[in-house]
Design a protein around this ligand. Structure first.
Ligand code: PRP
Ligand code: MG
Ligand code: ZN
Length: 210
């Protein structure tokens, strides 16, 4: 039996479940359960917070997982990556209030920036020689400027509608992301064989979609 960790709720969860189903893997999907077993493939699904998935896979609590590259790289866990999955594409961007005059990155010098991705943001700023105060918060980042917590934010943008509804404009792209399959690095031969079967099916699904 192989254990896969996927996001419990959010942008990734629906498409992760869709991929598993398209692989012909059936399971009873109850939104209340945090664990479910497939009825026709040796796979157990754990529903977790996306930020927790790389750590659980690294520790072997889950064998494999589906997570955004943004979370994986932020947590310094790139070594777990097996392959990109081509869905849940998004970007990590800097945004400021839409009425701000913004010309380039130097405008962020000395500013307060709220984000859930302090490491990705810090390296982006370092590479450009900009010093700013990074304020790490775990959610609702987009409201930070309007409540006076920050001058700018750095968060995930997909459709862009969250930015618009919070009166913000995207000014810099920090990181491009998509869903990625990750794996524990010391799987047993038995689990490795199940993963190979799963990968075979994933590739067939991807070929059919091209
Ligand atoms: C991101 C981000 C925004 C939203 C942006 O959250 O924090 O809330 O997506 O999407 P939009 O541009 O289409 O409006 P995410 O789904 O990554 O969840 P999380 O921050 O709760 O992990
Ligand atoms: Mg999250
Ligand atoms: Zn702070």
């Amino acid at each position: 039996m192989l254990r896969i960790a996927i996001q419990k709720s959010g942008r990734l969860s629906e498409e992760s479940l869709k991929l598993i189903k398209e692989c012909g893997i059936s399971f009873i999907n109850s939104s209340l359960k945090l664990k479910t077993e497939s009825t026709n493939f040796p796979l157990e699904i754990l529903y977790l917070r996306d930020d927790d998935i790389p750590g659980y896979v690294a520790d072997g609590v889950a064998d494999i997982g589906i997570v955004g590259e943004n979370v994986l790289v932020e947590e310094g866990m790139q070594q777990l990556a097996v392959e990109p999955l081509g869905f849940s594409k998004c970007r990590l961007s800097l945004a400021v209030p839409k009425s701000d005059d913004y010309s380039d990155i130097s405008d962020l010098q000395g500013k307060n920036i709220a984000t859930s991705y302090p490491n990705l943001l810090q390296s982006f700023l370092d590479e450009r020689g900009v010093q700013a105060h990074i304020h790490t918060i775990s959610g609702s980042v987009e409201i930070a400027p309007s409540i006076g917590l920050a001058d700018a934010i750095c968060d995930i943008v997909s459709s862009g509608s969250t930015l618009i509804s919070n009166g913000l404009k995207e000014v810099e792209r920090v990181f491009k992301s998509q869903a990625v399959l990750i794996s524990n690095q010391s799987l047993s031969d038995e689990k490795r064989a199940i993963l190979d079967k799963l990968l075979f099916r994933i590739h067939a699904v991807q070929r059919a979609q091209r």
